[in-house]
Write a protein of this length. Structure first.
Length: 227
């Protein structure tokens, strides 16, 4: 019977050791060669845009308060003085402490300044007043005669309406209209009635010295041309 030497007997054991060494070395080399994973970062959120103050409400400086306008009046840090009030037919409102306030021919900004001064005289230190028109009174005029759609025309609350625009809102001049003979009748707060004859053709052509601004309650009549 043949006998194997000890070196030959240990051959399987040595092969196992060598194989384990090769495998472990390959794993190390593979881990070293692999690119490092990019660090995980939390997704960034774009900063919120700052509020845009460019679109300032110009109506505070242009709109004149009218009877029946509903106003929200706020006094900073004085909630007991806040009020929702409607402008009377005499252009007045009544507020706590200062009583009756006349708003005749005042814009929203003017009214804020006036009420600030009244509270600051005797009642509050450095008062801050904010007025918001929550409901505009409806203003209108009548456009009659030789126009496309005679009747009532609403005056926008935020801006003035010219005589030319009012006629356009009433359907424009009819085919028989006399554009040089347009009458405007206006009743003043005192009750006095005024009559005007206006050459609208000149207004349209830009040859008139000024534009006519219509008011609440005006009556416009467009005469027909004489054939």
């Amino acid at each position: 019977m043949f006998k194997f030497s000890n070196s030959i007997a240990r051959t399987p054991h040595l092969l196992g050791v060598v194989l384990a060494f090769v495998v472990s070395t390959a794993c190390v080399l593979r881990a070293t060669a692999a690119p490092a994973a990019a660090p995980t970062t939390a997704p960034t959120t774009a900063p919120a845009a700052a509020p845009n103050d460019a679109n300032h409400d110009d109506t505070k400086f242009s709109y004149k308060l009218q009877p029946l306008d509903l106003l929200k009046i706020q006094v900073f840090q004085e909630p007991d003085l806040d009020r929702d009030v409607r402008v009377s037919k005499n252009h007045t409102i009544v507020l706590p402490l200062i009583g009756t306030v006349d708003l005749t021919n005042l814009t929203v900004h003017d009214a804020e300044q006036l009420i600030t001064d009244l509270y600051g005289r005797d009642y509050l230190v450095n008062p801050q007043i904010n007025i918001t028109v929550t409901e505009y009174s409806q203003r209108s005029l009548s456009v009659l005669g030789a126009v496309g759609a005679p009747g009532s025309v609403v005056i926008p609350p935020e801006r003035d309406l010219t005589l030319v625009d009012a006629i356009a809102h009433a359907g424009g001049f009819s085919r028989l209209a006399n554009q040089t003979n347009v009458s405007l009748t206006r009743t003043l707060p005192s009750g006095e009635i005024q009559h005007f004859t206006i050459n609208v053709d000149q207004l349209i052509r830009g040859k008139a010295p000024r534009q006519w601004i219509v008011q609440d309650g005006d009556v416009v009549f467009v005469a027909e041309s004489v054939l």
